[in-house]
Design a protein around this ligand. Structure first.
Ligand SMILES: Nc1ncnc2c1ncn2[C@@H]1O[C@H](COP(=O)(O)OP(=O)(O)OP(=O)(O)O)[C@@H](O)[C@H]1O
Ligand SMILES: [Mg+2]
Length: 320
């Protein structure tokens, strides 16, 4: 549904050039929900602005919903919805009118636009705000209005730039369930950026990690976690720390052991399978175990690992 190849953007000014996006390639299938992660300034918004026809790429191309981004930008615009990082609601406009006008701009008749407006107001639970202006809303309320504006024409492809930034947990959950429902009921394809890694973990089929304008990793959240970060097992022993350390360091599937007092921390694969074997070996070595904890890697660990690694590699290149 989205095919991007070599897409790049360099901003030029008198002070010099900034390469915001250094040539990215990726695909998003029909009905997929794909997360776009990366640190501040990585190039997420710039990529989204190019894909939504708001910014002219310096290089590369993209096909969106069957239309060429550069040659048929009008067709692309009709197929997409975009909720920008800063939102699209006009501060002084009455919300109901603003959303209906958006519908009219998408070619709806007056009554159709009114009906759709009522529907999206209800979907985002903002009917009671409809006669107010966006300037008077809280950040989280405004974010829901932004979503309603982006969805008025029920686009098959949706670009969301940090849709849940600054939302309280309840509003985030509302936006998540809405995104899932769009996919289930309408097969909507969603490409969304986020800094909340748990969001990507819960919501996305796949994540792309972008750093310094390049895609540095791409996979399902589960596989990324498995590939990058190990499980951790923490074992507290009552005595015989050295004995325990020897036993565990020799065990299969254990990558490293660190000791802090009577507490041992093991990096290993498949902790759930390894654990019972380790406990049996400790028992044979006559080590008394007081407590055991298994920690699974979070997407944060993966994200930190990948973006740190990317920086180190870049620094090495610069030094070479
Ligand atoms: N109009 C512009 N002129 C010059 N540089 C720009 C412009 N827009 C963005 N940049 C630069 O391009 C880089 C990428 O910015 P972008 O907004 O795409 O990052 P982002 O990944 O969305 O970050 P954030 O998480 O903070 O929203 C940054 O270094 C930014 O300063
Ligand atoms: Mg951004």
């Amino acid at each position: 549904m989205i095919q991007v190849s070599g897409l790049a953007k360099t901003f030029s000014s008198k002070k010099g050039n900034v390469t915001a996006v250094a040539g990215v390639d990726f695909e998003v299938g029909a009905g997929e929900i794909v997360g776009f992660l990366g640190p501040n300034g990585a190039g997420k918004t710039t990529t989204m602005r190019m894909l939504t026809t708001l910014l002219k790429p310096s290089g590369g191309s993209a096909i969106i919903a069957g239309h060429d981004l550069l040659r048929a930008s009008g067709d692309v615009r009709r197929k997409i919805g975009y909720v920008s990082q800063t939102g699209g609601a006009k501060p002084a406009a009455i919300i109901r009118n603003d959303i209906a006008l958006q519908g009219r701009l998408h070619g709806m008749s007056k009554s159709e636009a009114q009906a759709r407006t009522a529907a999206v107001l209800a979907e985002f639970e903002i009917e009671d705000l409809a006669e107010r202006t966006s300037a008077t809303l809280s950040g989280g309320q405004r974010r829901r209005v932004d979503m309603a504006l982006g969805l008025i024409h029920r686009p098959p492809v949706l670009f969301l730039d940090e849709p849940t930034a600054n939302l309280d947990p309840q509003s985030r959950a509302l936006v998540w369930s809405h995104i899932r429902r769009l996919r289930e009921e309408h097969g909507t394809t969603v490409f969304l950026s986020t800094h909340y890694l748990d969001e990507a973990d819960h919501l996305c089929d796949r994540v792309l990690i972008i750093d310094q304008g390049r895609v540095v990793a791409e996979d399902s959240p589960e596989r990324l976690k498995a590939a990058i970060a190990h499980d951790t097992i923490q074992i507290d022993v009552a005595d015989a720390v050295d004995q325990a350390m020897d036993t565990l360091a020799r065990a299969d599937g254990v990558h490293s052991v660190t000791v802090d007092g009577y507490s041992l921390s093991l990096a290993c694969d498949h902790a759930d399978q390894t654990l019972s074997v380790l406990l049996r070996q400790l028992d044979l070595a006559q080590v008394r175990v007081e407590s055991v904890r298994v920690l699974k890697p979070s997407l944060d660990d993966v994200f930190m690992a990948i973006t740190q690694r990317d920086r180190t590699e870049t620094a090495e290149h610069a030094n070479a």
